[in-house]
Design a protein around this ligand. Structure first.
Ligand SMILES: *Cc1c(COP(=O)(O)O)cnc(C)c1O
Length: 430
């Protein structure tokens, strides 16, 4: 077979020889759907253009940050204006105060804020802080929730329901993993059992209040409030990892939508407006323990970087009730269209959505936890994915990721997507 290679294949070959796996973050490598990743060159609004000039309607949005669409004029201008004054000072800046004030105004439970450089740093630091505050070591996380690549979170359940966690990656020590316990999302009893099995040893429960890293899994009624109750009862801190949901599901994130006050919150993605930032915030008594106010060490050469703060703050300042109305309108249009397609084609797949986060699960059962998500037919998803891609629709290249709608997706973009979805579903029967 002497088919000529595509530009993407050529680039991937070069990339593979210089960068492990050819990418700087694993999911970009298309491992979940097979084939060669598309090398992108440019983005504007709801669109991406690849290195061959092909245009796509984008539902990845840089994995969440681009709620206003790509290359928003105001954001780009704010970055340019900041860059003109210098890219990094390694000193205190006034813009960081504006950023902290804005986030504290928006997110109900946050009384003080620390800026870091990624979501991973935010969750790692939040866990260290929780341990220092409570004097306890173990953390409960939920199967299928992603909290970045810190050692403590690269952990899966041990052999029994209440046994210690084991590493999911070489290089994470069994000792570190043994401080992480795994519960089942949407199952409050799994949390209660762990608390009972490990009395006075659990520092925190960390959760994605809406799971967005195993597809999209909303909490069932009462789950988050029960989580709040049971953690308070046992002096365990509740950490909401809102790196994805923060500013996306409402101006105040999932905690505002579901009216729950966590003790600590981690942020990332939208808060940087497409530049690298993360943040952690929460109760004043806990946050005051961070150095140099307190003794819990946490630092960063580029933390509070002026370009990232300018991009993030400009993005946050653009968010208003009309933003969320528009996101809901477009996302509901997409949902209605895809559901109608599934019905017309008599396919049992599940479309799950909350606000502008959505996922089409290739399974016939409702997805309430990670195990349900694992029941998906990933081969059918892969065929569907490539049919969508060749039709110019750029979805996250994995069954276990959320797709995101931005305010720049037009009614017409959504209509095109629904039509492509129909054709793709029709051409890839299970
Ligand atoms: C993306 C994500 C992270 C990790 O953030 P990075 O900036 O990629 O380190 C952590 N938690 C959640 C919920 C995320 O979606």
């Amino acid at each position: 077979m002497s088919q000529s290679r595509t530009r993407h294949e050529e680039l991937m070959e070069q990339a593979r020889s210089l960068i492990p796996g050819g990418v700087n973050s694993p999911v970009r490598a298309f491992g979940g759907v097979g084939g060669t990743p598309v090398f992108m060159e440019r983005a504007q609004g709801a669109y991406l253009w690849d290195v061959t000039g092909k245009q796509y309607i984008d539902y990845v949005g840089s994995w969440g940050p681009c709620i206003l669409g790509h290359a928003t004029e105001k954001v780009i201008n704010a970055i340019k204006a900041a860059a003109d004054k210098g890219t990094s000072f390694g000193t205190a800046t006034a813009a960081e105060i504006d950023m902290a004030r804005r986030v504290i105004e928006l997110v109900p439970s946050i009384k003080m804020l620390r800026l870091v450089n990624s979501g991973t740093e935010a969750t790692m630091s939040a866990l260290r802080l929780a341990r220092a505050f409570t004097g306890r070591d173990k953390v409960i996380k939920f199967a299928g929730c992603y909290h970045g690549h810190g050692d403590s979170f690269l952990v899966k359940a041990g052999s029994g329901a209440t046994t210690l966690g084991t590493p999911t990656s070489p290089g994470v020590t069994p000792a570190t993993a043994s401080d992480t316990l795994i519960a089942e999302f949407n199952d409050i009893n799994s949390v209660k059992e762990l608390i009972k099995a490990w009395p006075d040893t659990i520092t925190a429960v960390i959760v994605e209040p809406v799971v967005g890293n195993a597809g999209v899994i909303p909490p069932v009624d009462g789950f988050l409030s029960q989580l709040r109750e049971v953690t308070s009862e046992h002096d365990i801190l509740l950490i909401f990892d809102e790196v994805m949901t923060g500013f996306r599901l409402s101006p105040g994130g999932a905690q505002q939508l579901y009216q729950i006050m966590p003790d600590l919150t981690t942020l990332g993605k939208i808060i940087g407006g497409g530049l690298p930032i993360g943040a952690l915030g929460g109760r004043r008594d806990i946050m005051q323990m961070l150095a140099p106010a307190g003794r819990v060490y946490q630092a960063g050469t580029l933390s509070g970087n002026p370009l990232a703060v300018a991009a993030g703050l400009t993005t946050l300042n653009e968010l208003c009730p009309a933003t969320y109305d528009l996101l809901e309108k477009r996302a509901a249009q997409l949902e209605a269209g895809i559901r109608a397609n599934l019905e017309k084609l008599s396919l049992p797949y599940r479309f799950q959505r909350i606000g502008s986060m959505a996922c089409l699960f290739f399974t016939n059962r409702p997805v309430r936890n990670y195990n349900d998500a694992l029941s998906c037919d990933t081969d059918s998803f892969a065929r569907y994915y490539h049919a969508m891609l060749s039709n110019g629709i750029y979805l996250p290249p994995s069954q276990f990721e959320a797709f995101f709608i931005s305010i720049t997706h037009s009614e017409e973009d959504i209509e095109k997507t629904i039509a492509a979805n129909y054709d793709a579903l029709k051409s890839c029967p299970s």
